[in-house]
Design a protein around this ligand. Sequence first.
Ligand code: NAI
Ligand code: 15L
Length: 265
Amino acid sequence: KPFRRILLTGAAGGLGKQLRERIGAWADVVRLSDRANLGEARAGEEVVHCDLADRDGMLALLEGVDAVLHFGGISVEDRWDPILQANIIGLKNLYEAAHKAGVKRIVFASSNHAIGFHPTTVHLDADSPTRPDGYYGLSKVFGEQMSRYYWDRFGIETVCIRIGSVMEVPKTHRILRTYMHPDDLVELLRCSLVTPRVGHTIVYGMSDNDANWWDNSKAGHLGFRPKHSSREHEHLFPFAGYPADDDEPSKYQGGPFVIQGPMYE
Ligand code: NAI
Ligand code: 15L
């Protein structure tokens, strides 16, 4: 197996539960963490409950870990305080603890909401400016910058995946562009862990969608070849044009997050 021990944070979440079933082959031990209940550890697993905002807990959590899949945190727009605790203080705790523990690589579940205020008429690549669409998107930009700093300063490598929308079948017309099949997420995580040198890489987490806003050519070194595509599901939205304005009246890539707007205290 490529690793002795990998850590999956957010293991009780929607994606974490699916990943728990599928990443066992990558390490002798998968350490699972969340603040929510994870049940009993199974063969090849360790379970450590920890809040990302708990600095001492995070220092202990990272001990003995070779690589991290960081999926824990607030995953949608929310009030500032929970985002501050989980996604800002949590990221600082994660990187500080990773540095102390000698962790070599982190894969960070960033989000398309780091760039959500770009209009639907433009194409983006890894060097396009961030345009967060809320506190949540801002926190993902912070995470991306935190990881860039730790690469520049300490040589900890990170792949930041600006995940689109992970699901089996696209639910809206917008998601034809942001769609990522769960198999493709698993494959991108595998590539992110085993590619010999990744430095600080930004990659968009999407399947091989014909309709798309994002260009992954600057992440070619990952060798990621998605197997699925939203083209298989385009027939579900026959009357929708481009840019998406039929089922979701958004001019922006962040779609419903832009429409919803901020959540105040
Ligand atoms: P989720 O909300 O289902 O899971 C997040 C997990 O993090 C939960 O189990 C929650 O208990 C845990 N968590 C939250 N705050 C915490 C804290 N302070 N301390 C410890 N644990 C905490 O989210 P989902 O959908 O599984 O997403 C996972 C990651 O992927 C998130 O970082 C999200 O931003 C990112 N992502 C997911 C997308 C998707 O399509 N599901 C799209 C874009 C990004
Ligand atoms: C995200 O960042 C969320 O975590 C996920 O729940 C979806 O809403 C996704 O973006 C999306 O933009 O569809």
